[in-house]
Design a protein around this ligand. Structure first.
Ligand code: GLC
Ligand code: MG
Length: 542
């Protein structure tokens, strides 16, 4: 099946839309999004103007972490449909010109995976146990966990089996970590990758890509985890904090991705993979995209930047400085199913929405690939989910309020819950705010000032300009610390450059010298030759 790779692989400038499967569209009315629901809504995504979709896990799973606990990597959970429903979705997506990326979860399985059940049954010292990380405990009778590691979701990272041994789970107790030193594990995952590649998927998003290898001897860590929040705060992602952890970003993870690169390249069609690696610096991120490793890694430093011109500039400079030496292209992401919604992160009320619009305009001006989380194109905000309704294992394990607030089912029509997410009368798995009718697709569709209309027009313009734009970016000094501005060179010397200006300050800034804007983040953002605070614009400059 090997074919010569095309000059510019499809993923290099792709805009990829993340579908959180449980919350996108529910075709059968059980309150949970499913594959047939996605198939029905694919035309919406084709119209939006994205190039690809990424689906969160839909494999067989007891749903301890909403699918990130996989019991069978080669089958679809009946909750979401069947392999036939997957094939139908894939075929329809391809028909509409959309590439499909699926999630692969190699750090851990479900405790209901056949291998884990066999490991428990076979007992200490068995080869079955060596596929996971089983250890004897410390202290009298081994009643203390083998080391002091904590789960990302809160509480100890170890749970004791009935026979007294402990198993490691960096996440929920229902998510036992594999032991990647065991060759069975690598062989199994190569076979799983091939299973989905043979079915026709275009790529993979690799869950917890930085976690697969653990430091020799599983030493205690000095790092004290702020329960559940360690991955989500900028402070926790400094190089220091990461290097303290004997379970993140260990050098041996890269051997796995070298092997996976070979697997991907044995297929035609520029198949790709993107690493979810929460690492300390752009340099560590770039190690995942060296020429013989993965094609992409999420650039979480962009997502973590505050609404600050200085921070945006720094991330831009650091990102290019890191990816250029390894000849990789950058990625950009503002949100996903694990973090607080963009508009809420940037500030309460209208200002958050304006800034989120401006940040999207900036992100989509940059070369490389961008990832858009479902509902960001509607400007959805974080929802304060009542305690009784919370479902995230982070909440159950005492690791904080959890991530349910960014996972509320999509509002499609304005008529009241379930807002077209499921058939009328069905009850979505998380309650939708009553006010979401005005944020629904139906409400925004014909409003030229809506967030949805903005995304559509930015994506259309991005596509139109792609052939005349090059990959080189320079920071533009507009003589104002609060202005984040960059120029993207034209593809040839004759082509105009694209200049993007974001006003992070509190006063309007002059942009009259740049001519009329190609587009702006809000109607009327440029008035009398000045760009309003919390807005952004694209300009063409010679
Ligand atoms: C990743 C996923 C997150 C999940 C965790 C454990 O970080 O994005 O949702 O809980 O891995 O699989
Ligand atoms: Mg359903």
């Amino acid at each position: 099946m090997t074919a010569a790779p095309t000059a510019v692989p499809w993923w290099r400038h792709a805009v990829c839309y993340q579908i959180y499967v449980r919350s996108f569209a529910d075709s059968d009315g059980d309150g949970i999004g499913d594959l047939a629901g996605i198939t029905d809504r694919l035309p919406y995504l084709a119209d939006l103007g994205v190039d690809a979709i990424w689906l969160t896990p839909f494999y067989r799973s007891p749903q301890a972490d909403h699918g990130y606990d996989v019991a069978d990597y080669r089958d679809v959970d009946p909750l979401f449909g069947s392999l036939e429903a997957f094939d139908a979705m894939l075929a329809r997506a391809h028909e509409l010109g959309l590439r499909v990326i699926v999630d692969i979860v190699p750090n851990h399985s479900s405790d209901e995976h056949e291998w884990f059940k066999a490991a428990l049954a076979a007992g200490p010292g068995s080869p079955e146990r060596e596929r996971y990380v089983f250890r004897d405990g410390r202290g009298p009778d081994g009643a203390e966990p083998p080391n002091n590691w904590q789960s990302v979701f809160g509480g100890p990272a170890w749970t004791r089996a009935d026979d007294g041994q402990w198993y490691l789970h960096l996440f929920d107790a229902g998510q036992p970590d594999f032991d990647w030193n065991n060759p069975d594990v690598g062989d199994e995952f190569e076979s799983v990758l091939r299973f989905w590649l043979d079915r026709g998927v275009d790529g993979f998003r690799i869950d917890v890509a930085h976690g697969l290898a653990k430091a020799e001897g599983l030493p205690d860590t000095e790092y004290v985890m702020v329960a559940g929040r360690e991955r989500l705060t900028p402070a926790a992602l400094t190089e220091h904090a990461i290097s303290e952890r004997p379970y993140w970003d260990q050098p041996a993870v890269h051997d796995v991705y070298r092997r996976w690169r070979g697997v991907l390249e044995s297929y035609d069609g520029d198949r790709m993979a993107i690493a979810e690696a929460w690492v300390g610096t752009a340099e560590s991120m770039a190690r995942y995209v060296r020429p013989d490793e993965l094609q992409q890694a999420f650039n979480f430093h962009w997502l973590q930047a505050e609404w600050s011109a200085a921070q945006f500039r720094q991330v831009l400079v650091d990102t290019f400085a890191a990816v250029e030496p390894v000849d990789a292209s950058p990625t950009w992401v503002l949100a996903n199913h694990d973090v607080v919604r963009t508009v809420t992160r940037y500030g309460d009320g209208g200002v958050g929405v304006s800034r989120a619009r401006a940040a999207a305009v900036a992100m989509l001006a940059l070369p490389g690939s961008a990832y858009v989380y479902q509902g960001d194109e509607l400007g959805l905000s974080q929802v304060d989910v009542a305690e009784a309704d919370r479902q995230d294992p982070t909440w159950r394990r005492g690791g904080g309020v959890g991530r349910d607030g960014c996972r509320i089912p999509m509002p499609w029509d304005a008529a009241g819950p379930p807002f077209g997410f499921g058939p009328s009368g069905s009850t979505p798995w998380l309650p939708q705010p009553a006010a979401w009718g005005s944020l629904s697709v139906a409400a925004q569709e014909n409003d030229p000032t809506s967030v949805l209309a903005l995304y559509r027009s930015v994506l259309r313009t991005r596509r139109e300009l792609l052939p005349v734009l090059g990959d080189r970016v320079t920071i533009v000094d507009r003589g104002d610390e609060d202005v984040f501005a960059f120029a993207r060179a034209g593809a040839t010397a004759d082509d105009l450059a694209l200049v993007c200006v974001v006003n992070c300050g509190v006063a309007a800034v002059p942009v009259g010298d740049l001519g009329a804007p190609v587009l702006t983040s809000e109607p009327g953002a440029v008035d009398g030759g000045a760009l309003a605070p919390n807005t952004a614009g694209w300009f063409r400059a010679g």
